[in-house]
Design a protein around this ligand. Sequence first.
Ligand code: NAP
Length: 250
Amino acid sequence: MRVLVLGGTTEGRALASTCAAVPGLEVISSLAGRTSAPLLPAGEVRIGGFGGVDGLVAYLRAESVDAVVDATHPFAATITGNAAAASSLAGVPLLVLRRPGWAERPGDVWHRVATLPAAAAALPALGERVFLTTGRQGLAAFAGVDACWFLSRSVQAPVAPVPRRLEVLLDRGPFTAEGERALLARHRIDVLVTKDSGGSAAKLDAARERGIPVVMVDRPPLPRSVTVAATVEAAAEWLRRGSAAACTSG
Ligand code: NAP
């Protein structure tokens, strides 16, 4: 069974590694090609966009793909929408692998917003020294917020437009609560902005401990009627079952 894993996440890499040990599963991982030195999944990897829904349909057919797992980041809404449309058009089963979002805990001071521009609008009332962890592509939304100073952390350097008062920290996780605590203290951060990505909560733990408010950007909605798995193991099990069924019917 040939499986296309749309990746660019820790979960995508973990799924590719897990599937490499499953007899009868052949995985092709796909990356968008946004970072110049990506962490590569095990096995076959292709890099670059497909060319929208039509391009993805053509790819699924040309490569005889039997199943698609969308393991992209919860905020990569375009590729997730394209995967849902293309899988349906090509008649290929799709599973969306999405880690759960974060849940507010006692001591947290969260301000939930729907979009990055809404986060930018909320900031001046909440703090002056901002730790921005929404990725380099989202920096433009904060470009007009001159009342705040920003520390932005991303894997690759951002491109203009960016906030006027900006320090860029190039780094890639995983991060520890101890490291995050030290970072918040060193830069005298008084407000944190993050997408509700889920996964490691080190920065949220550190913000709670220091009594720092968090602007939490909500996830975009999933396409309707997609099947969702919350863990790599559940996604691997879905593939194992599909592979077993394919062997039986084949
Ligand atoms: P996006 O806005 O949803 O997608 C934009 C376009 O990029 C898609 O239409 C597709 O181009 C291409 N693309 C995206 N993911 C792809 C993949 N895995 N393989 C092949 N093409 C892909 O995506 P994004 O938010 O820019 O994210 C790009 C990648 O970075 C994703 O793989 C995602 O998992 C990863 N990532 C995103 C975030 C985030 O916050 N958005 C954070 C961490 C990692 P075509 O239409 O030409 O096919």
